[in-house]
Write a protein that binds this ligand. Structure first.
Ligand SMILES: Cc1cc2nc3c(=O)[nH]c(=O)nc-3n(C[C@H](O)[C@H](O)[C@H](O)COP(=O)(O)OP(=O)(O)OC[C@H]3O[C@@H](n4cnc5c(N)ncnc54)[C@H](O)[C@@H]3O)c2cc1C
Length: 420
């Protein structure tokens, strides 16, 4: 054991990866912990669910970061508690660990908003497991329907997607392309063109982070691809084979995708008595009030931007920049012996894809793009952010293949419970 300060980083998502990247020269021992041995690139989960990318392209081995950084070690373990007084973190499957600096970057989890049946019967899209489960489910429904056309009449091929934010929109567009191109060709005996894909959004427009023009474009582009968009509707009950809306209408659908809500992890309450919408309030330097050695970042944090005075959104770009800031802060304190500085978010813009040649992007100061230009910006930004040169090459190849052939290279069922 060295006598250097221990920096314990909980979570190897965007926030955690940001922290370690700025501590390469710091005289500290970094202990990175995650319940998985891979970093999940959540913005592309919907592409795993709709057979464009393999799970390994979106999940990057965390140990690859350790290979490249001498002061970093990684342990796969699940955090269960934080004792702020004694500076100790406990785990379900590892001995308690002491820290000198703690960075909590544990993200969030799906929030089913207490809607009856949502947790049991819908498919969230928050983890790599979620994406793989959804993909297996859809392909399994097609195989079953191919053997029994009664299932088709009962709605086995219909999909309802709940939530008109980026997750819902991107999934709806990609699902429509999977259905009406690849699966329609794969299952010529099934009436795939009649299968419905319905996107349900409570508000009066999609993608509310964009202006009305981009929201309208998104709705039209989805409808052109065969998606039914239901605005001003909410879901009141989800069953294995149907979804009921607040208007009283019941849609027969054996697949419901949940893209409507996010809540903080249970551990948040160990960090603050004053949670804001389940998130942990932080000081401008991103630490807990009265605890300059404990930083909370990313989706778990409730951070007010020092420049705009607005609460920062739960975005990968926010988590990454906050993580980098905390890494620099600890480096300043331990190596440069300087005071920490407040965090300020640099907004590089927002974007979402809808499908082939269709996307929206809003870039500062006031550039709004749609169609192919937006799709190219989206592709370049996501390629740049994806971890690992090999993953970038694979994503590029699969996107080109899907674009040129209207096809999905990864549409196979891998049944892990099948013993043969
Ligand atoms: C489907 C989807 C699409 C998205 N698209 C975009 C997009 O296009 N652009 C964008 O900017 N943002 C996007 N986001 C948001 C972005 O992914 C999040 O804001 C970002 O991942 C938050 O980073 P984080 O570090 O706070 O948490 P995460 O990236 O969620 O990382 C948290 C880590 O903590 C680990 N963990 C959690 N609990 C425990 C525990 N008890 N013990 C040990 N480890 C634990 C998890 O395994 C995970 O690795 C999307 C999110 C989703 C779900």
């Amino acid at each position: 054991m060295s006598d250097r300060p221990v920096v314990l980083v909980l979570g190897a998502g965007f926030g955690g990866i940001g922290v370690i990247s700025k501590l390469k020269k710091a005289p500290v021992d970094i202990v990175l912990v995650d319940q998985h041995d891979y970093h999940t690139f959540r913005p592309l989960l919907y592409q795993v669910a709709t057979d464009v990318l393999e799970p390994t392209t979106v999940g990057y081995p965390i140990r690859s970061f350790v290979d490249r950084q001498k002061n970093l070690s990684f342990t796969k373990a699940t955090v269960t508690g934080v004792d702020l007084e004694n500076q100790v973190v406990s785990f379900s499957d590892w001995e308690p660990q002491h820290y000198d600096y703690l960075v909590v970057a544990l993200g969030g989890k799906a929030n089913f908003l207490n809607i009856s049946g949502a947790e049991e019967h819908s498919f969230p899209l928050y983890t790599l497991n979620d994406a793989v489960k959804l993909r297996q489910h859809v392909l399994t429904k097609f195989e079953a329907a191919n053997k029994s056309h009664e299932l088709v009449e009962a709605g086995a091929l219909n999909v309802v997607i709940v939530g008109g934010g980026p997750t819902g929109v991107e999934t709806a567009g990609a699902m429509a392309e999977l259905y009406y191109s690849s699966l329609a060709r794969d299952f010529p005996g099934l009436p795939v063109a009649d299968a419905s894909i319905t996107l349900v959004e409570y508000g009066d427009r999609l993608l509310t982070m964009f202006d009305q023009g981009l929201s309208d474009y998104t709705k039209e582009a989805l409808e052109e691809r065969g998606v039914t968009v239901r605005l001003g509707e909410s879901v009141t009950e989800i069953k294995a084979d149907s979804v009921t809306l607040n208007s009283g209408q019941t849609l027969d659908a054996h697949t419901t995708v949940w893209g409507a809500g996010l809540s903080a992890v249970t551990l948040a309450s160990a960090l603050s008595d004053d949670l804001q919408h389940g998130r942990v309030p932080t000081e401008p330097m991103l630490h807990l009030a009265g605890r300059p050695e404990v930083f909370v970042i990313g989706d778990l944090a409730w951070t007010t931007d020092t420049k705009t005075e607005k609460v920062l959104p739960q975005l990968g770009s926010v988590a990454l920049q906050a993580g980098e800031h905390v890494g620099k802060t600890i480096d300043r304190m331990t190596r440069k012996h300087k005071e920490p500085e407040p965090f300020s978010y640099f907004d590089k813009g927002s974007m979402a894809t809808i499908g082939r040649k269709a996307a929206v992007a809003a870039l500062p100061p006031d550039i709004h793009l749609t169609g192919m230009p937006a799709a190219l910006v989206w592709g370049s930004v996501h390629l740049a952010l994806l971890s690992g040169a090999e993953n970038r090459a694979v994503a590029m190849t699969n996107w080109s293949f899907a674009y040129m052939h209207h096809d999905r290279p990864s549409r196979i069922i891998i049944d892990l419970e099948d013993e043969d």
